[in-house]
Design a protein around this ligand. Structure first.
Ligand code: HGY
Ligand code: MN
Ligand code: MN
Length: 423
């Protein structure tokens, strides 16, 4: 790639415009402490899609959506070959920050704006995607939009997932489709030439190592479970120990056993109990039911298998309560495409900022896109490694460096003659 031309290309990436877009998007679903609560398919999520669609249209893009309410901003190329796509999610955790997911979509729009300012047209079309329900906190599992794009048959079962108010995903999806109805529909599973996701690291590594860009080698494996422990309500004062069927006692034994085993076994194993719901929830009534979640992660599938087998054996213990386990999500460890990593390494080198390779501890929509087309990711640093927290932060220059690297890598992949690795 000729450096002086593409060097000028990155000159068109505007740090101010990008930081302004991230801030404007964060206003939609803004929560206390500078965070964002914009959960999947809520009115805030739909409003944010409309807001970004208008920005894309103003850039001359065509706007599309699919049956999973994924939204795509398309910039024509000189050919009609399958597009090179970037993007991420804009739904957030309940106590989310303004960068998780949103940065990748805003960086994609900044790339399109920079190419327009530079008066550059790529050979292959470019698209920026907004994937539905990546977080999986309102409706489990996560990454439903990208999973459905790659595996359309999943949409039916996803539709039965309910939120804490009992709303089915299918209903929320129908409401969003109605609200976005004027956007033309495109099929699921369209052919892509390649996919790149720009994302905040959500961990401490890049900041600790003094790096501005992370070229992501892959994503560790993830498994989610819901554990239900069912006992019997009875009086807190009169019921002797031997008559109790105390769901909290049994559930907390299981949780403690899982955490101790996880921390003792392997420093790379990540186990989290994020939800722990007790009913009936009265101070002086022994709990009849506890539902809690398990989020299990590791780079090696064998370690996940071993831990899952151990945990399942613990749920079959002798107990005054009944214990059941439901799998909510499972994705194997995902290595990224050598070709896309080469394009990102070339881009990071060209930016001249310190960079390194890094494995992703968080899952991303890219874990499904990697099953569909050559896929890779780039990271920018997260202050104090904080994420899924209102205080999540990346500096404006870090946002811009990531967008410059994204622009260079996308430009290379969208002009195959430039991308020697493609030949
Ligand atoms: O949970 C995750 O890894 C992602 O941030 N949703
Ligand atoms: Mn994310
Ligand atoms: Mn997240």
């Amino acid at each position: 790639m000729n450096f002086d031309f593409t060097g000028r290309l990155t000159d068109h990436v505007s740090q101010e415009r990008l930081a302004g877009l991230v801030s404007a998007l964060a206003e939609i679903g803004k929560s206390d402490g500078g965070g964002v609560n914009r959960q999947a398919l809520t009115p805030q999520d739909v409003a944010a899609r409309k807001f970004l669609s208008q920005i894309a249209a103003d850039l001359g893009c065509e706007v599309y959506r699919d049956a999973a309410a994924n939204v795509f901003f398309r910039r024509r190329g000189t050919t009609d070959a399958p597009p090179v796509v970037t993007g991420s999610h804009i739904d957030t955790q309940p106590t989310g920050g303004r960068f998780d997911g949103a940065y990748g979509v805003c960086a994609g729009l900044e790339m399109l704006a920079a190419l327009s300012d530079a008066g550059v047209t790529t050979e292959l079309p470019l698209e920026v995607a907004i994937w539905t329900n990546e977080e999986g906190c309102r409706f489990a599992p996560g990454s439903m939009g990208s999973a459905t794009f790659v595996h359309p048959e999943l949409l039916t079962s996803f539709g039965e997932s309910t939120d804490s108010a009992g709303v089915r995903f299918a209903e929320a999806l129908a409401d969003a489709a109605a609200a976005l109805g004027e956007i033309p529909l495109v099929p699921l599973k369209r052919t892509f030439s390649a996919f790149i996701e720009a994302h905040i690291e959500q961990g401490p590594v890049l900041e600790r190592e003094g790096k501005k860009i992370g070229v992501v080698s892959g994503i560790q494996g993830v498994r989610w479970f819901r554990v239900s422990v069912r006992g019997r309500t009875s009086h807190a004062g009169t019921t002797p120990i031997e008559f109790r069927k105390d769901a909290v006692l049994v559930a907390t034994e299981l949780v403690q056993q899982a955490y101790v085993a996880a921390y003792e076994s392997d420093t790379d194993l990540r186990l989290t109990v994020g939800r722990f719901d007790v009913s009936p929830g009265a101070t002086n009534t022994i709990a009849s039911e506890v539902n809690f979640t398990i989020d299990l992660r590791h780079p090696c599938e064998g370690v996940l298998d071993d831990f899952e087998a151990k945990f399942r054996s613990w749920t079959r213990r002798q107990s005054p309560c009944t214990i059941s386990l439901q799998e909510l999500m499972r994705h194997k460890p995902t290595p990224f495409s050598g070709r896309v990593r080469a394009a990102l390494i070339g881009a990071a080198e060209q930016c001249g900022e310190p960079w390194q390779e890094i494995l992703s501890g968080a899952f991303h929509d890219s874990m499904y896109l990697a099953e569909h087309c050559p896929t890779g990711m780039l990271f920018i640093p997260s202050k104090d490694g904080l994420s899924h927290h209102p205080g999540e932060f990346s500096a404006s220059d870090e946002l811009a460096w990531g967008a410059k690297a994204l622009t260079l890598a996308m430009y290379r992949l969208a002009n195959p003659l430039l991308d020697g690795a493609a030949n």
